[in-house]
Design a protein around this ligand. Structure first.
Ligand code: GLU
Length: 435
């Protein structure tokens, strides 16, 4: 039988990474088994499930390239079918009506639990059981006539032919009820697999308070969809060896529920940042450049294409997220670059620096050509002859021309800026900090 999995989020305008990980596992499982991956939008809370909230959800899925095999099913369109099924259960004596709380506000429909112990083989956690006396009858249609989550969720899974329900383990208690509903409705019970929670460093459910928790946050901060996908895939699953950066095809090939861990998975944003850097490095050059240009444009920086391409080449290997690009390159494009005050005080405003910089300026102006090799050779010769330390010479130049102490390699950086800019900047820094 073809496997069919689904992602069944309730759109709220934000997509938590825990939900998205469930979507990723359903997707990987469907692709690994050659089955179908479906989307069901559980949009019965009309206040929260606005068109914008639904769009946020669809955008997040598109960004992570979670393609679906059928048109999404919108739960809100199915109310009639849900209510009809409740009627059938009533007619069969499997549910009853009650004025809950005796408020006179009308009757709700209550599903009768079968009175047997519940048990199922969870695809991740092994056999889970619950005693009959701990399972109470529950409402399936509210007194205002709206179907409750349990009924809608189960009926829609039946409608969509879902064979495997992979979802968070906060749903385990619901699953005992859902299985009883499947049986009462005469439908095949799918296989359930409950994923452990994603937690913070204290072992508590990972939330917005712990840092970025929504898919959109990562997108805004310059992470790549493919990197977040890979990171979330490994947050609770392992290919069984020490591979970390993996292609989609490799993840699909290796993904099994047996290799999912049953204990909570801890978010490590440093690891995600590292992984994103690996993906940035693997981006084709033209894609990287397009992203970098867009980032500069957004920051209001005008960049001449050929010069900018050289600049991007200098920082490419050090970029961890798209958000690094502007701070790492801004000084190449403007004379209003910021100075690191501490570096200026410690490494620039020192006796002898003015003299060194003046000599270096003359040296730079005297070179036939000003490129990587000529500046490299000239500076090394200068350091040797003057017997000044490497740092004593390099730090003031870098601070003068970049404003900061770290950055791309010195000689390619100088060559890219070009002689005129370098010399002017040295002059201006002397005026500003040493006079
Ligand atoms: N809308 C529910 C949720 O987001 C669905 C759970 C499920 O069955 O996957 O928690």
């Amino acid at each position: 039988m073809k496997t069919r999995t689904r992602f069944a989020p309730s759109p709220t305008g934000n997509v938590h990474i825990g939900n998205m990980r469930a979507a990723i596992y359903n997707w990987l499982f469907a692709r690994h088994t050659g089955g179908d991956f479906l989307l069901r939008v559980e949009d019965t809370d009309r206040e929260r499930s606005t068109p914008e909230a639904i769009q946020t959800l669809l955008d997040a899925m598109a960004w992570l390239k979670l393609d679906v095999d059928e048109e999404p099913l919108y739960q809100s369109t199915r109310a009639e079918a849900h209510l009809a099924a409740a009627e059938t259960l009533l007619a069969q004596g499997l549910a009853y009506k009650e004025d809950k709380g005796g408020t006179g506000q009308g009757e709700c429909v209550i599903f009768k639990m079968p009175g047997r112990d519940g048990s199922f083989a969870d695809g991740l956690k092994g056999t889970l059981s619950k005693k009959a006396e701990n399972m109470q009858d529950f409402v399936i249609v509210r007194s205002n006539g709206t179907p409750v989550f349990h009924l809608a969720n189960v009926l829609d899974d039946i409608e969509q032919g879902v064979t495997h329900v992979i979802r968070g383990d906060d749903h385990i208690e619901n699953t005992y009820r859902h299985i009883a509903l499947y049986e009462a409705l005469g439908a095949d019970v799918p296989i359930f697999a409950h994923l452990p929670m994603i937690v913070n460093a204290q072992g508590k459910p990972y939330s917005k308070r712990d840092g970025d928790a929504f898919v959109g946050d990562f997108r805004d901060k310059g992470f790549l969809g493919d990197a977040l996908f890979n990171y979330l895939a490994l947050l609770g699953w392992s290919p069984g060896d020490d591979r970390e950066v993996m292609t989609r095809a490799e993840m699909i090939e290796a993904f099994t529920l047996e290799r999912c861990q049953s204990s909570a998975a801890q978010v490590d944003l440093r690891k995600l940042t590292w992984m994103n850097g690996e993906y940035m490095l693997k981006l084709p050059l033209d894609e990287f450049e397009a992203m970098a240009f867009a980032a500069l444009e957004k920051a209001g920086i005008d960049a001449e294409p050929e010069y900018a391409a050289r600049v991007f080449g200098l920082i490419r290997e050090r970029v961890k997220t798209v958000a690094d690009i502007v701070p790492m390159t801004a000084y190449f494009f403007t004379e209003e670059y910021a100075f690191d005050e501490k570096a200026v005080r410690k490494k620039f405003q020192k006796d002898g620096v003015e003299d060194i910089l003046n000599q270096l300026k003359d040296l730079f102006l005297s070179l036939d050509t000003f490129d990587e090799a000529s500046t490299d050779q000239a500076l090394h010769a200068f350091i040797e002859e003057s017997r000044l330390g490497f740092g004593a010479v390099m730090a003031p130049i870098r601070i003068a021309v970049c404003g900061v102490q770290s950055g791309p390699e010195m000689f390619p950086m100088l060559a890219t800026l070009g002689r005129a800019r370098v010399v002017e900047r040295m002059d201006r820094a002397i005026e500003r900090f040493l006079k």
